[in-house]
Design a protein around this ligand. Sequence first.
Ligand code: HEM
Ligand SMILES: *[C@@H]1O[C@H](CO)[C@@H](O)[C@H](O)[C@H]1NC(C)=O
Ligand SMILES: *[C@@H]1O[C@H](CO)[C@@H](O)[C@H](O)[C@H]1NC(C)=O
Length: 498
Amino acid sequence: MGLILNDTYVQFAFGSLIILISFILLRRGKHLKLKEPPLVPYKYPIIGHTIDYYKDNKNFIKSCHKEYGEIFSLYVFGRVITLVGKELSSEVFRNHKDFNFSEATSENFPLNNFLNRPQKFFNMLPKVVQVNLSGGIKLYTERVQRQLIKSIDEMIGNGKVLEPPLKFFQFIIAKPIAATLVGEELSNDKELVKSFANAATDFIPFLAVPPVLSFIHPYLHKQLMIIMFKYLNNPFKIHRELIKKKIVSVIEKRLCEMKKTGDNYISPIDILQQYIEILHKDYTIDIDVITDYMIITIFASVHTTSNFLTFCLYELVNNPQYHEELLEEQEQLYKSNENPYYSIEQVAKLRKLDSFIKETMRVNANYVSLQHKTLSSYFTFSNGYQVPKGRIVYIRTGEIHSDKELQGQNADEFYAFRYLKKSSPVTRAEKGFLLFGLGKHMCPGRQFAINEIKVALHYLLLNYDIKKSNSEKIKPKIYGSFKFPSDEGLIFVKKECK
Ligand code: HEM
Ligand SMILES: *[C@@H]1O[C@H](CO)[C@@H](O)[C@H](O)[C@H]1NC(C)=O
Ligand SMILES: *[C@@H]1O[C@H](CO)[C@@H](O)[C@H](O)[C@H]1NC(C)=O
């Protein structure tokens, strides 16, 4: 009897499996036959191009481009990805209904899942950053300078060797950002600023888990990350609790005051206030929700800005031929100024520094970036090639940033004043410069970030002689297609007088 039952079960299971497989195959058959971009041939099944892609990304991509042209596909970590260069990248940016950056990003870095929030939870954030942060930059310019001067003094003081420099610059950058996001009073709280500085980088161990499960299916790796994040002890949770604890009393005080004074309430100027005004209902608010808004804002702002400030300082010591001219521009502004702080217009006049920052960003951008997920059932590029729904399309940023037609014949050199004659400031949207993306979703925080980097470099150049310990050029760390600032120490010697 038992045997028969078992047999029946086995048969039933087998039958179901066959039906399921046929169903999947049939469905596949029903799919439109697409004219896909060339898939670069590979030797080993499953592994595909993974090793070539990670070992020497720059040259691997270069050779694929040479052989297969503007658009091609690779098989990396268990999935087919498509890469485009300067001809087709604008089609990815322009068709923002077909291609979505945040959907693609959340597959490798599911911050929404980490925070237990639905995908579209933070949709109003870009607008607040655009309107209230970058748009309201005048309101924050003095505050940013005041806090930067304080944090530079705190971290470097009368001179120091910074090693690794990024750790120091994260804190230097986090303080003025905290002053802008939650107000100047809270930005004097060292513990809070430390959490602002480290919340994003403490994630790196999680991101460094090699996506081995992706060889089976990318979904499995994502689930593993989410499970690890939820059940392992992780420093991020400690930062989140600390940030929550520190802002809760301020929020409650403000809500109470708002209720009492009604229309006569004088709103404090910071991003926290804007979140309170949007999120409160009858003067009550879900503290976890507003904390998560703050966390996402910190994630988008602190690490990116301090990363590129660090890159700028490495390019500065790598290229001493520009020191004199850059310093001259800073001294001119310093001498002509009559007020304790500069206005936005004055900072905008630092055109040589602006060009230097842009050149630093041009040469230190990741080789491949700006992943976009295909949302429509398929997409047809202007050259006839098609990609299916779900395909992640990447931009070959490094190639575009070193293209001779777009950047000029000396594209291989670091030329600090490349953008000076072109009058093309770093925040401008243009085809040949993709560090902030392009199109509808281009980084809304870039005016704020650039202003902060500029002011920080201005004060650092005026106050310190900045050197490296040996004569060799300091190169970024390279992992696959990503570039990170080196860990090598930078020497800051305080100038006698400025
Ligand atoms: C040097 C510093 C920064 C870099 C390199 C950078 C880079 C980027 C990039 C590449 C994107 C994606 C653009 C796209 O989808 O095409 C982006 C989006 C975004 N950035 Fe930045 N960013 C920086 C600073 C900031 C700052 C200070 C903030 C302020 C909070 C910020 C807030 C955002 C937001 C909210 C988005 C999402 C925009 C959207 O989806 O519409 N960023 N950023
Ligand atoms: C694409 O991403 C943006 C955020 O960058 C989001 O607001 C939008 O709703 C997404 N579009 C779709 C169709 O999912
Ligand atoms: C943010 O910008 C909007 C639109 O300009 C404005 O009405 C609002 O008062 C601003 N909020 C803060 C806190 O500055």
